[in-house]
Write a protein that binds this ligand. Structure first.
Ligand SMILES: [Zn+2]
Length: 175
């Protein structure tokens, strides 16, 4: 990578550290020509395999766009969508695989979206899981009610991080 100051092609790594729980590496470099320092970061490319077999790079923006449609008219702002996309990416990356099928991206969206907004969740799930009958909705709504009953505290708490139950993936660091 060229030095951003003098465009020289050669640099020396003076420090490198893992960030994002080992998901990325950040390197501090020193230009061998002008001696100035700059930082580069290296992250595994996460590829999404579409049903057609075509792969494309995972994109948070795409997650946001997909979910935004389901959130039309709902009290969900852009920050919340960005946070949701970040959680989706983190949960996918934590699986440590380089490629995932696109339907698993949809799966990873369902959990955080259910916590964010029940109606948006139902809209998204109905398309994603191709609901074909009223019974499909009824089943999903029953599950949603159950999840809400177990997560909503006595006060209007903001503990969106709390597990909705049945979540087996726990961080070893929290044990
Ligand atoms: Zn330089």
């Amino acid at each position: 990578m060229r030095c951003p100051f003098c465009r020289h092609v050669d640099s020396r790594v003076v420090d490198s550290r893992e960030v994002d729980e080992g998901q990325a590496i950040r390197r501090r470099r020193s230009c061998s020509e002008c001696g100035r320092r700059f930082t580069t970061s290296e992250q595994m490319v996460l590829a999404v395999v579409k049903r057609s077999g075509v792969t494309e790079q995972f994109s948070r923006d795409k997650v946001v766009r997909g979910v935004r449609r389901a959130c039309q008219g709902r009290p969900v702002d852009d920050d919340a969508l960005q946070q949701l996309a970040q959680r989706v990416e983190e949960s996918i990356r934590s699986a440590g695989v380089a490629e995932i099928p696109s339907h698993e991206v949809g799966l990873a969206i369902l959990g955080p979206l259910r916590e964010l907004d029940g109606v948006a969740y139902l809209r998204f799930a109905s398309v994603y899981r191709s609901f074909s009958s009223i019974e499909d909705f009824e089943k999903e709504i029953a599950g949603l009610r159950e999840a809400m009953a177990s997560t909503v505290g006595p006060a209007d708490s903001d503990e969106s991080e709390r597990s909705a139950g049945g979540d087996e993936r726990r961080h070893p660091a929290q044990e």
